[in-house]
Design a protein around this ligand. Structure first.
Ligand SMILES: *Cc1c(COP(=O)(O)O)cnc(C)c1O
Length: 384
């Protein structure tokens, strides 16, 4: 059975992004690929093996369920790190499988120690510290208690990392806040050092931090959006533009292409309304084409009368409201449009391109949001 749309993932674009990132971060820093949110909508099962083909051996997820998906998708026994949610009752399986996880409160630390003790296997932990993001992380005031705990339970803990996360490194508006976070992280490190507690890796940087604040790179960076071919923000790109070589001003390439096809065409007389309600009245006799993707597929309702689709190499506008399963587009000026013709929602056709960012401009969605809202059940194919 055919689905109403499908997604292509470009292997060569991914390789190009990874090559650029590796070169940019330098040989001393290792790379963890962030694959939360179904690998930013690209599909964990597509991305993990492709990343491993490119030499990657470290993956970061938000939650335990995502980590297990990576575990099964991995063919190389790569390291997996959970940066967010897990239930204490899952600790046994996670420790058994050698999956790394963040620890940011005493409850999880205690539970991990207890489980590791009964299993006779060390828990691989990354201690997250609060530096100013104010979501998760041990507070500065908690450090003595924490240090005592880490010492006392040392036989059951493998200290894989000390880490934090920046509150908006992608915007210069947060410059002072990020600078203070860097400073605070160094204070934490110093404090642990003075007690002879060392971690295998110190890691703080996401894509934006790695691209804009070189000193945040440390031993490892956790890269998501850039690996999928997007600058975290336009601002990030502008900041780096000068430093990019003349022959490669556009080193990050989109992997994803989203395609559907025309389900039906219809003539509409001038003055008639198209679709639900009265948001669009035909200003002339028109031909419209129905494309079977809607807000149920992650195509935001905010794109009503705003979105664009590529048909026959021409960018055509959405007319009327986005419905759950379909949109209508204006194809009046196209020749020979018919049922079954390809409709590109994201990607290239006939020398024209619809980027992911163009959605953001019309629907206020950031790249991250649009990508991760692409439903998991849309078929995805890796292409060269
Ligand atoms: C999502 C996330 C990242 C990756 O962020 P990008 O901007 O996609 O590179 C890194 N670290 C943590 C803790 C995250 O949650």
């Amino acid at each position: 059975m055919q689905h109403t749309s499908y997604i292509e993932i470009s292997r060569s674009a991914f390789k190009k992004n990874i090559d650029f990132i590796r070169k940019d971060i330098g040989a001393a820093t290792s790379l963890s690929l962030v694959v939360k949110g179904n690998a930013y909508g690209h599909g964990v099962e597509n991305i993990v093996p492709m990343a491993e083909e490119n030499g990657m051996r470290h993956f970061s997820t938000f939650s335990a369920d995502e980590a297990l998906r990576v575990f099964h998708a991995s063919k190389m026994g790569s390291e997996i790190m959970i940066m967010g949610m897990l239930m204490n009752e899952d600790l046994g399986e996670l420790i058994q499988k050698g999956i790394n996880f963040y620890v940011f409160d005493f409850d999880r630390l205690e539970a991990a120690v207890a489980v590791a003790k009964t299993m006779g296997k060390k828990a691989k932990i990354h201690v997250e510290v609060e530096t100013g993001f104010h979501r998760t992380g041990f507070e500065w005031e908690e450090r003595e208690w924490l240090i005592n705990q880490l010492k006392e339970h040392a036989p059951f803990l493998e200290l894989k990392g000390l880490c934090t996360h920046y509150a908006g490194a992608e915007s210069i508006a947060n410059y002072v806040r990020v600078r203070n976070q860097i400073k605070q992280f160094k204070q934490f490190k110093k404090s642990f050092d003075s007690q002879n507690i060392t971690f295998e890796k110190y890691h703080t940087a996401c894509s934006a931090a790695a691209l804009l604040y070189p000193e945040t790179k440390m031993d490892m960076v956790r890269i998501g959006i850039a690996a999928y071919g997007f600058w975290p923000t336009q601002e990030t790109y502008m900041y780096r533009f000068q430093s990019l070589p003349d022959n490669d001003k556009n080193p990050l390439k989109r992997l994803i292409t989203w395609k559907s096809s025309i389900m039906n065409t219809k003539s509409v007389k001038m003055g008639e309304f198209i679709g639900y309600g009265s948001s669009y009245m035909a200003p002339r006799d028109m031909t419209i084409a129905l494309v079977p993707i809607g807000y149920g597929h992650g195509y935001s309702r905010l794109l009503s009368n705003q979105g664009k689709v590529l048909i026959s190499g021409v960018i055509v506008p959405v007319v009327g409201t986005v419905t759950m399963n379909s949109i209508a587009v204006d194809v009046t000026d196209l020749e020979k449009v018919q049922k079954g013709d390809e409709a590109v929602i994201i990607g290239c056709q006939g020398g024209k391109e619809l980027s992911v960012a163009s959605f953001g401009e019309s629907s206020q969605q950031v790249n991250y949001e649009l990508l991760t809202r692409l439903p998991q059940d849309i078929p995805r194919f890796v292409v060269d």
